[in-house]
Design a protein around this ligand. Structure first.
Ligand code: PLP
Length: 483
């Protein structure tokens, strides 16, 4: 079985286009950027960052004016990106003392930040409480005890919310589901009752300002958001009765999905279970109607609604440019070796799909099927995974009776299409572009195999392009070693 996602169509109005067979991003020639800044290269679009910020603010605030969008900075904590979002009026969500530090460097005030995490350290808590952070989203009773101790020591009041487990399954795959007690996140309602009692006993050190939930990532089912809204409305009212003062906000977390290809047609030849994760009809307008509106109607206009989107704010704002360095012929198909592998784009290690096109031959119609792999000395360093097919065949050889369950086995074991469709003339030296790489990418780069992490540029509204992250150099490889 050979599953191949169709290359065309890939263009996106005003953002990704072509001229003379070359890929343009916001009107700038991709290959020229590569020649100027080197390969591999991340290219972020300022226009797209701003468009996403305005899109979510406009849609959510239309239903509820008192809505705050805290960008989940772990999705992309680059200083230039954080500054663009700040300029657009976003707040920020941080997950560590390090992200708090970066957000402050980007100019965000602690009063515009919320702090998440499952194992917050005493030093981190001291920093954020001393700075007067808007909210610490508490993940456990032990953490609340720690916050009480730190706030008491600092003689300051810590503003807290409690992360509730809504027992809702969101997230496109099991590992991406964070809203059930099978995950490592959040507190049960029993634990929360105990936590609230402790908060009420210590009004000088602790103030409960809201409730918090976060159900997964790339959550692709609108019914899940409706269930989340329903749950939080009920839970908010329950908690409100346990407190001697009113709650200020409800925090719905993030997890909003984005498309990972330009058109639904791209996935027509591929098994349905596979595309589900990468295609969605859910956008900020729909979320506004099914998530923001019911909560706004039930809780009233004075309650602040907070959301923490990460992926959906940045995934479609960047492409990765990478050059073909080598080729081979294997099993009647060419194999192309790129200069970017999972040390540059970590999610491919997890089998994430990124649409791929040839920036040097953007409009070629004649295509071929080929394998695309990275440069690392590891067979997982490939832009698709055919190991699942081998696993199905091995199982069927060992237990032929399973043949009747072949469909189910494929669904569980085959996660990726095993070929890419690229122009027939594709050759060494061509520039390949991977789309929708803006989320969870820059922060996840490593120097595995002695490779340098990639540079990033921003195609901006004034200068055309500017460097927003320098490429690592050989001497960076020695930066942490002590002999
Ligand atoms: C990661 C994370 C987010 C952002 O998730 P996305 O799927 O990127 O939107 C929001 N809130 C919390 C608590 C998170 O851990």
């Amino acid at each position: 079985m050979s599953q191949v996602v169709s290359l065309h169509p890939w263009k996106r109005k005003q953002h990704l286009n072509s001229e003379n067979n070359r890929l343009l991003i916001d009107g700038v020639n991709a290959a020229e950027l590569l020649a100027r800044y080197g390969s591999p290269l991340y290219v972020y679009s300022e226009a797209k960052l701003r468009e996403n910020a305005l899109d979510i603010l406009g849609n959510f605030r239309r239903e509820h004016a008192n809505t705050r969008v805290c960008f989940a900075s772990k999705a992309c904590a680059n200083l230039a990106v954080l500054k663009v979002f700040k300029d657009c009026g976003l707040s920020v969500e941080v997950n560590s003392g390090g992200e708090f530090y970066k957000a402050r460097a980007a100019g965000y005030s602690p009063a515009d930040m919320v702090f998440n995490g499952v194992a917050k350290q005493i030093g981190e808590l001291r920093e954020v409480i001393a700075a007067g952070i808007k909210a610490i989203n508490v993940d456990s009773l032990s953490e609340l005890a720690r916050i009480l101790a730190v706030a008491t020591e600092l003689q300051q009041q810590a503003q807290v919310t409690l992360r509730i487990i809504p027992e809702i399954k969101g997230g496109a795959a099991a590992g991406w589901q964070t809203g059930t007690s099978a995950s490592k996140f959040g507190m049960t309602s029993l634990e929360q009752a105990e936590a609230i009692a402790l908060i009420v006993q210590h009004p000088a050190a602790l103030k409960m300002v809201g409730i918090h939930a976060h159900i997964g990532t790339q959550v692709n089912d609108i019914a899940v958001y409706e269930a989340e809204a329903d749950f939080l409305i009920g839970y908010f009212q329950q908690v409100a009765e346990m407190l001697p003062y009113p709650l200020e906000h409800v925090n719905l977390g993030g997890g909003f999905p984005k498309n990972y290809s330009s058109a639904a047609d791209n996935f027509q030849t591929v098994a349905a279970h596979y595309c589900e994760n990468y295609r969605t009809t859910i956008d900020f307008a729909l979320l506004s109607k099914h998530l923001i509106k019911p909560i706004a109607q039930a809780l009233g206009e004075q309650i602040e609604i907070i959301v923490e989107p990460g992926r959906s704010m940045v995934s479609d704002t960047a492409i990765l440019l990478t050059r073909i360095e080598a080729e081979k012929q294997r099993q009647q198909h060419p194999v192309y070796y790129l200069d970017a592998g999972y040390s540059v784009l970590f999610d491919i290690y997890n089998g994430w799909y990124f649409h791929m096109l040839n920036a040097s031959r953007a409009d070629d119609v004649l295509t071929k099927h080929c394998r695309m792999v990275g440069p690392l000395c590891d067979s997982s360093d490939t832009y698709y995974d055919i190991e699942g097919e081998g696993a199905v065949n091995a199982l069927l050889n060992a237990a032929p009776a399973l043949q009747e369950h072949r469909g189910l086995l494929e669904e569980v074991l085959i996660n990726q299409p095993n070929m890419r469709e690229l122009p027939a003339a594709t050759a060494i030296g061509d520039v390949i572009a991977l789309l929708d790489v803006g989320a969870y990418a820059l922060e996840n780069m490593t120097e595995y195999c002695g490779r340098q992490s990639a540079a990033a540029v921003l195609v901006d509204l004034q200068q055309g392009s500017r460097l927003i992250r320098r490429r690592a150099e050989y001497q960076d490889l020695l930066a942490y070693d002590v002999d």
